[in-house]
Write a new protein. Structure first.
Length: 301
């Protein structure tokens, strides 16, 4: 099941994908009221809501028309997350080859690897959806960069979660492009400001339920800019696995339903190239993850 938020007649709606080309408006098709109106509301509603969704998918399976069915390409897709929720949690430096390229670009020893998970956050005010515009912020940065990442969506609350139990707390997965102003990172001496500018968190297009992902630590990620492949790797290359990340973040700290955790990016970022190849207005960025889909955004002044 792939869940998404979208606009219809100016109102936000909750949908589930019917194949690759159509979306069922769950709010309109829901057999009772109130119906969940967003991905976060569906997560909060728990297993009973998922059971109803499975029934609706059986009822509408294969439908390509009807009062509650829309063509995916005609919809304005919103980020699949509540804009009022907690900051998005992020993991830095979680792919060895990305760490090496970053170390070399910053004059550090190539083999200086982290010994613990490096966490930081991005505000949800930075979120933008599929086909949304990413602001270039030319007055603030000369080195706006991209980072394709697998994002975990938490389904059930927990603290001090054991690694063996961590995946049972995951509702699903989505794509996050951790857009970053590299010069602001250096200016402020930490990651938050350079990763928190408005529109610097493309997210989506959908949250894929965990039951559809056999192994989150074996997914191919890709990112291209104007059709040129820049990043390609597997989550199998992560230093810290999905379960390890969830467990570590929950140590002494309660995770809540709807929390999002981005898991780091592979090599191929623009700032590590020589010369640097950072994002420019007019460019289109496509981030893809196996089993989840494609997140497309255009950079604008």
């Amino acid at each position: 099941m792939k869940f998404l938020n979208f606009l219809h007649n100016g109102s936000p709606c909750l949908g589930v994908m019917l194949g690759a080309a159509h979306v069922l408006d769950l709010g309109a098709a829901w057999p009772s009221r109130p119906a969940p109106a967003s991905v976060d509301a569906l997560i909060q509603a728990g297993e009973p809501a998922l059971a109803i969704t499975r029934g609706l998918l059986q009822q509408y399976g294969g439908a390509d028309a009807g009062p509650h069915v829309h063509r995916y390409e005609t919809l304005e897709i919103l980020p699949p997350a509540d804009p009022q929720g907690r900051n998005i949690f992020n993991v830095g430096r979680n792919y060895r080859d990305h760490i090496i390229e970053g170390n070399l670009a910053n004059g550090r020893p190539a083999d200086a690897f982290p010994t613990a998970i490096e966490f930081f956050t991005k505000p949800r005010t930075a979120m933008v959806g599929h086909k949304g515009q990413v602001l270039r912020h030319a007055s603030l940065t000369n080195s706006l960069d991209y980072e394709v990442e697998l994002a975990i969506v938490i389904g059930s609350a927990g603290r001090d979660i054991a690694v063996a139990d961590a995946l049972s707390h995951v509702f699903g997965y989505t794509i996050l492009n951790d857009v970053t102003a590299r010069d602001l990172q250096r200016l402020h001496g930490q990651w938050f400001k350079g990763k928190s500018l408005d529109t610097s968190c493309p997210l989506g297009p959908a949250v894929v339920h965990a039951s559809a992902i056999a192994d989150p630590d074996a997914l191919m990620l890709e990112l291209d800019v104007d059709g040129e492949l820049r990043q390609r790797d597997s989550t199998a290359s992560m230093i810290f696995s999905v379960a390890t990340i969830v467990s570590a973040l929950s140590a002494g700290m309660t995770l809540l339903p709807g929390d999002i955790i981005a898991t780091g990016t592979p090599k191929g970022v623009g700032f590590a190239m020589r010369p640097q190849r950072c994002l420019q207005a007019g460019q289109t960025v496509r981030a893809r993850i196996e089993g989840i889909g494609e997140l497309v955004n255009t950079v604008v002044d």
